[in-house]
Design a binder for this molecule. Sequence first.
Ligand SMILES: [Zn+2]
Length: 208
Amino acid sequence: MPKRRTDRVLEGLDAAIHESFGALANEIRPHMERAFRARAKEQAAALGMRVDPERLDQLASGYSELRAKELEKQLRDNTPHLLEPIIETALAEHWDDARLESEIADSRAFGLSRAITIDRTETTISRQAASEAVGQAAEADEKSWTINFDDACELCQENAAASWIEASGDFPNEMHTGCRCDVIYRMSADEDERKGEEETGEGDEAEA
Ligand SMILES: [Zn+2]
């Protein structure tokens, strides 16, 4: 029963996994908070909405606290399956504990590149959450997927091609790991007004 032995080893590792990703989530939390605050400011400005800085700090801090906890749980749940192949090899080849420990420490699950990807993804999730929070508060009724880098993947290009969709709607694809795109909100009424002014050539001056 190799599977059951693997599970036993994994159970033994749970405390270490918990500790390691608790620490990572704590390290990432300030990045979440900063990204949320910055994006909320941008989105509020775009919607012509005033935000009390103290309230914004509370929102960003509350968001990052909850999200860091979710992230820790998510990583604790997702990491064991990344370690299974190593443990199965260890059991099959009768590695000693020191070898197993060092192979796990060197594995992709605990690697720097995974940590960087998680950090980047969480920054994007935080920005998108901030857009949504402000968009909802302002009762903005439309949103669009905005690509921030030239090398956006096909999934994100498809989302961007959907242009403005209903604020409560879904883009063709969900956000993926490592994504750097923003979601921006607007009021369709504001946009109609702007277009109307362009078409008739009537700006603020003409109305005044
Ligand atoms: Zn993207």
